[in-house]
Design a protein around this ligand. Structure first.
Ligand code: TRP
Ligand code: MN
Length: 452
């Protein structure tokens, strides 16, 4: 593929899942403004993440990608960001300690706003109103007025991303993430759950290990490895107008980077080979991901690897499998084989959420914790059978005590969903369910044996 690429070459390709902005001049003004703003991330950071992901591709590290389905303009506070980070750090510690390899931490945050929809319109009573596409586009209220796409929201999304990233950087480098604070991340409502108690035991072991290291004369206070973490940002690159406005030349390498986040991914609905999304992401230097659903064939997945990573750079491409618990062991193995035979170095990660969504008897969109675990189990089994590395998980969660997914040790039921159902889009695991998921995932990685 020697075809020329530029930040706007996607414009001559068919594009799906875009809002119909009522006033093109207003859209243009918003995009010009964003293009004049500073980048949110730097190319060198994207390259650091890519080297971490290269370790995952080689089977020497594990990827934890987690955060909201859709970030909200309303639910935007220090508290909300801290709680999300706290549960991500807890999960990361569990995975690092239990699997014994470095964990690459990537948030679905600081830019995860835009949502693809199954239909452009939604029927409310007798009216057809435009679908909600995330706060970067319109409001979720059930009225035609709320659903009008407003370009000013693109600018607001940029500012919210900047503020979120600022806090993430402060928390991860300013002492909050230091390993001698492992106990402090165990928020009250999580601590009282079985997973929370198990976590406290693991934290005790880490405390002992740190004391041992200090006793040997090691200076644990000043060692940055023990005090700081990298939590990288990512989102679905859906609104390519917005992504283009933040795409800049890196002066050290002369390459283009999409500076809206460290990592970007393409959704299951927009991964057409000739489509605008693949065209755009093939040209940026960031690590990129692509969702891979049950309809994907071995041939298609190779074409995708060729389009997005023709130079076969390790860490550049992450394939995010989302098959559904019932289908993963049937659909994934042929793809694992095809990719392995092609020699493409990819990160394989498991999104156990999006293939397991259903509408509960009470009419809520939900997911069952057992299905989520079953999909991870099928994913790990499939990899073990093929001799490939089950490189990570990609999950939708919040640190809050919400009731959006059914099951888990608390056995949340359909009747509990109304209690705290707060998501603006898909149902998320709460803090307790997330921590339980980390323990169960680590167990699966440890106990499902590789084929001999
Ligand atoms: N810096 C190491 C890492 O990121 C160790 C570490 C420090 C850590 N704080 C952490 C790991 C919090 C997980 C969570 O792996
Ligand atoms: Mn989602």
């Amino acid at each position: 593929m020697a075809k020329a690429w530029s930040p706007d070459s996607w414009r001559s390709h068919p594009i799906k899942q875009q809002p119909t902005w009522p006033d093109p001049a207003e859209l243009d003004r918003a995009l010009k403004q964003i293009a004049s703003f500073p980048p949110l991330v730097f190319a060198g950071e994207a390259r650091s993440l890519q080297s971490g992901l290269a370790q995952v591709a080689a089977g020497n590290a594990f990827l934890l990608q987690a955060g909201d389905c859709a970030e909200s303009f309303e639910d935007f506070s220090a508290n909300n960001i801290r709680e999300k980070l706290r549960v991500i750090l807890q999960m990361a510690v569990v995975l690092t300690y239990s699997i014994g390899v470095p964990v690459v931490k990537v948030g679905r945050l600081a830019g995860q706003f835009a949502k693809p929809r199954s239909a452009d319109f939604e029927r409310i009573g007798d009216d057809e109103i435009p679908s909600f596409r995330g706060h970067i586009v319109n409001g979720e209220g059930a009225s035609a007025a709320a659903r009008v796409p407003q370009p000013e929201r693109l600018v607001q999304a940029y500012h919210q991303s900047a503020a979120t990233l600022n806090l993430v950087r402060a928390f991860t480098k300013g002492g909050f993430a230091a390993l001698d604070r492992v106990h402090a991340w165990n928020q009250e409502f999580v601590a009282s759950s079985p997973a929370g108690r198990r976590y406290d035991q693991l934290a005790n072991e880490i405390d002992r290990a740190l004391r041992f290291m200090r006793a040997t004369g090691m200076d644990t206070e000043s060692n940055a490895n023990l005090r700081e973490v990298d939590v990288w940002t990512s989102h679905e690159a859906l609104l390519i107008d917005y992504e283009e406005a933040l795409t800049r030349v890196d002066t050290t390498t002369g390459s283009w980077y999409d500076c809206s986040a460290h990592m970007l991914w393409i959704g299951e609905r927009t991964r057409d080979l000739d489509g605008a999304h693949v065209e755009f992401l093939r040209g940026v230097g960031n690590p990129v991901g692509c969702k891979v659903g049950p309809s994907m064939t071995g041939e298609q997945v190779i074409d995708l690897c060729e389009a997005l990573n023709p130079a076969q750079i390790p860490g550049r491409l992450t394939l995010i499998s989302r098959m559904g618990a019932d289908r993963v062991e049937e659909c994934l193995p042929p793809l694992l084989r095809a990719v392995k035979d092609s020699g493409h170095p990819v990160v394989w990660t498991c999104d156990p959420m999006h293939g397991n969504t259903y509408t509960s008897a009470s009419g809520r969109k939900t997911r069952h914790f057992d299905d989520v675990i079953r999909e991870i189990e099928g994913f790990v089994r499939a990899h073990r059978a093929e001799g490939t590395w089950p490189g990570g998980i990609h999950v939708e969660l919040t640190g809050e005590d919400v009731t959006e997914c059914i099951g888990g040790a608390d056995e949340l039921s359909d009747a509990d969903l109304d209690h705290r159902y707060e998501t603006v889009c898909d149902p998320r695991l709460n803090g307790r369910q997330s921590l339980e998921l980390a323990f169960r995932t680590a167990e699966l990685i440890r106990t499902v044996a590789p084929a001999s």
